[in-house]
Design a protein around this ligand. Structure first.
Ligand SMILES: NC(=O)c1ccc[n+]([C@@H]2O[C@H](COP(=O)([O-])OP(=O)(O)OC[C@H]3O[C@@H](n4cnc5c(N)ncnc54)[C@H](O)[C@@H]3O)[C@@H](O)[C@H]2O)c1
Length: 251
């Protein structure tokens, strides 16, 4: 019996990196996966991997910055299951820009995808989450909610806001028996970091600064998400779990 047997899970950004690993991990543990991504081809690949391994998954076209797509995804889940046990707000983008050059359009775009989408999904999914009894939301923040590098101010802002949003929704949603937690991953080699990690000096520098001397594997994040989604974490809410090999605590 899997740890998420017969649970329904919606994972945004499931076509890549952490989202795909979380979708595969949850499916292995018995969950029925709704994989949402703006990239239909990669999203379908995720669902194909899940079904090839004997799991259950449905691919949904979901641009998290579009209200209509969010409504459509939640409608599909409402029609097929009438409940949602786990919502993982994982889809995210990054931008490298000196703060003094950030345009209003860049700021609005990253806010929409990294923050407003998590707000809308967490707000609009409440009925389905309440129906599931013991449901939970997992938001993907980052160690950059608290440690910073230059040119990532807009990204860091969204990740700090995700932490604050998670903690405050946790207080309100406890009344509905819905837990809300967030993960703070360190660096992992995914589509998001591909370009920067191509630089050997950068790679080496980051690994040198990590006490456990490696990047995160996407599976490290998926395992942490599984823990937060499972009944093992049934008394944990409003908490941020850092998965970074110790990077953020080392001076
Ligand atoms: N990779 C890292 O080192 C790292 C570290 C900390 C936190 N994170 C966070 O983890 C999450 C996942 O990132 P990743 O590293 O797996 O990146 P990734 O680029 O590999 O995957 C992100 C996925 O989100 C999808 N996506 C982008 N915009 C979307 C939109 N508008 N609607 C729906 N889907 C959209 C992409 O198509 C892609 O499949 C992000 O929130 C990111 O900020 C990543």
């Amino acid at each position: 019996m899997g740890r998420l047997e017969n649970k329904v899970a919606l994972i945004t950004g499931a076509g890549g990196g952490f989202g795909r690993a979380i979708a595969e991990e949850f499916a292995r543990e018995g969950a029925q996966i709704f994989a949402g991504d703006i990239d239909d081809e990669r999203n379908k690949e995720t669902v194909d991997l899940i079904t090839a391994a004997g799991g259950a998954g449905t691919a949904i076209h979901l641009d998290v910055s579009r209200k209509e797509d969010i409504a459509g995804a939640l409608d599909a889940i409402a029609q097929q299951h009438g409940q949602l046990h786990v919502l993982v707000n994982n889809a995210g983008i990054t931008q490298r820009e000196d703060f003094r050059h950030i345009t209003d359009e860049q700021w609005a775009e990253i806010l929409d995808v990294n923050l407003t989408a998590a707000m809308r999904l967490s707000r609009d999914a409440l009925k389905l989450l309440t129906a599931a009894k013991g449901a939970s939301i997992i938001n993907i923040s980052s160690i950059m909610e608290r440690v910073h590098v230059r040119q990532l101010s807009a990204y860091s802002m969204t990740k700090a806001a995700i932490a604050g949003l998670s903690r405050s929704i946790a207080v309100e949603y406890a009344a509905f028996d819905v837990r809300v937690n967030y993960l703070c991953p360190g660096y992992a080699a995914t589509g998001m970091t591909e370009r920067i990690l191509r630089n050997d000096a950068v790679r080496k520098g980051l690994i040198d600064r990590t006490p456990l001397k490696r990047f995160a594997e996407t599976r490290d994040i998926a395992k942490a998400a599984l823990f937060l989604a499972s009944d093992d974490a049934s008394f944990i809410t409003g908490e941020g779990l850092t998965v970074d090999g110790g990077m953020n605590i080392q001076l």
